[in-house]
Design a protein around this ligand. Structure first.
Ligand SMILES: Cc1ncc(COP(=O)(O)O)c(C=O)c1O
Length: 361
């Protein structure tokens, strides 16, 4: 049996019941799931591709790979070879299986940030490798490190890593023959800083060798329900992933590939969604601060990383009494024990309810 961590969300159940008992109902800000409509242009593309009786291509259609490369160029200043693009069944799937797909295994360390999305750890364990959370690459000894994850903007902190920092990670990894996988699912949601891709020439030095960027349409295009993401970067690495994924049947359905193509070709819906999140973020941030919380980092992404100075579970309890459910920072690492993660993904109506409760506490 592989030793996987306990699923932490179960421990929130009693706080959820408390929040649900609020007379005006729960404002659930604990998870970052989209609540706004799937854009019309995407729905239409999905429906138009509904008659797809044959097996889809694991590699994705040429149109999809070109749309992904086009989006990277247009929005992120990245020149990517469409041959180095591969669709995935959401990005969580790739995060969980990347070490296995790359042949990382026992005796190997998989590095990821000290405060992180829990699936990097899970992916290391599934491969039989050692999960190694650290923010200090330089403190590592000479041991074998085949894979380093970075995540900017970060879940849970919203921190953005500058190009110089990412370039140092790339240089360190290249010296040791490590692959850098960069989870960039919040890259379009920079508020106070502009996130940069690992594939940008300022970071990569113009070569994508040893680099993989993971992109998701869940947040940008409200497509969490479609399971729509892709990995891009070093064509040789992508080819390796493709080989295994073909054998394993890890295929994105054809109508979803068509929907992804339409989403990547269109920026208007993403800009509109960004505006919604921006307004919710400002309202929630102001309300949290007026109620005595301090918001750290949170320069980008879909969360406010907040603390009132007490332990994270005390803060979860304080907010649950107001009918507001948030995630304790400890879900993401011991360094998160004095913070809570507040998602800005609820509807305008629920955000307004949370704001009203915080300002009259
Ligand atoms: C950092 C990070 N990576 C990956 C994912 C997975 O996203 P999806 O599987 O919807 O693409 C999430 C989801 O919240 C996330 O926060």
């Amino acid at each position: 049996m592989i030793a996987l961590p306990d699923f932490p969300w179960d421990s929130l159940a009693s706080y959820k019941s408390t929040a649900e008992a609020h007379p005006d109902g729960i404002a659930d800000l604990s998870v970052g799931t989209p609540v706004d409509p799937v854009p019309e242009v995407v729905r239409r593309a999905l429906a138009d591709a509904a008659d797809s009786p044959g097996y889809p291509l694991t590699y994705g259609t040429a149109r999809l790979r070109e749309a992904a490369a086009g989006w990277l160029a247009r929005r992120h200043g990245v020149t990517a070879d469409p041959a180095g693009v591969l669709p995935t069944i959401g990005s969580k799937e790739l995060v969980a299986w990347l070490p296995t797909l790359l042949g990382v295994g026992p005796g190997d360390k998989v590095i990821f940030p000290a405060l992180a999305y829990p699936t990097y750890d899970v992916g290391a364990r599934l491969a039989g490798a050692e999960p190694f959370p650290t923010d200090g690459l330089l403190s590592l000894g000479p041991e074998r490190v085949p894979l380093v994850w970075v995540n900017s903007p970060s879940n849970p902190t919203g921190k953005v890593l500058p190009a110089e920092h990412l370039a140092k990670v790339v240089a360190w990894a290249r010296e040791r023959g490590a692959i850098v996988a960069s989870d960039e699912c919040y890259i379009e949601l920079g508020w106070e800083k502009r996130p940069v891709s690992i594939l940008h020439p300022d970071v990569s030095g113009g070569s994508h060798e040893g680099l993989l960027a993971v992109h998701s349409l869940s947040k940008r295009s409200n497509l969490a329900g479609y399971r729509a993401a892709f990995v891009a970067g070093d064509p040789a690495l992508v080819k390796r992933l493709l080989e295994v994924r073909k054998h394993a049947g890890m295929i994105v359905p054809e109508p979803v590939q068509a929907a992804m193509t339409a989403a990547l070709d269109d920026d208007a819906h993403a800009d509109e969604q960004r505006e919604r999140y921006s307004a919710r973020r400002t309202a929630l941030r102001t309300a949290l601060e007026s109620a005595g919380w301090r918001v750290d980092h949170s320069e980008a992404g879909l969360y406010l990383w907040a603390t009132d100075g007490t332990g994270c579970w005390d803060q979860v309890a304080r907010l649950a009494k107001l009918g507001i459910l948030v995630a304790p920072g400890s879900f993401y690492g011991t360094a998160g024990e004095s913070h809570v993660r507040v998602a800005i993904t609820a509807t305008d109506e629920r955000i307004a309810a949370a704001v009203a409760r915080l300002t009259t506490e």
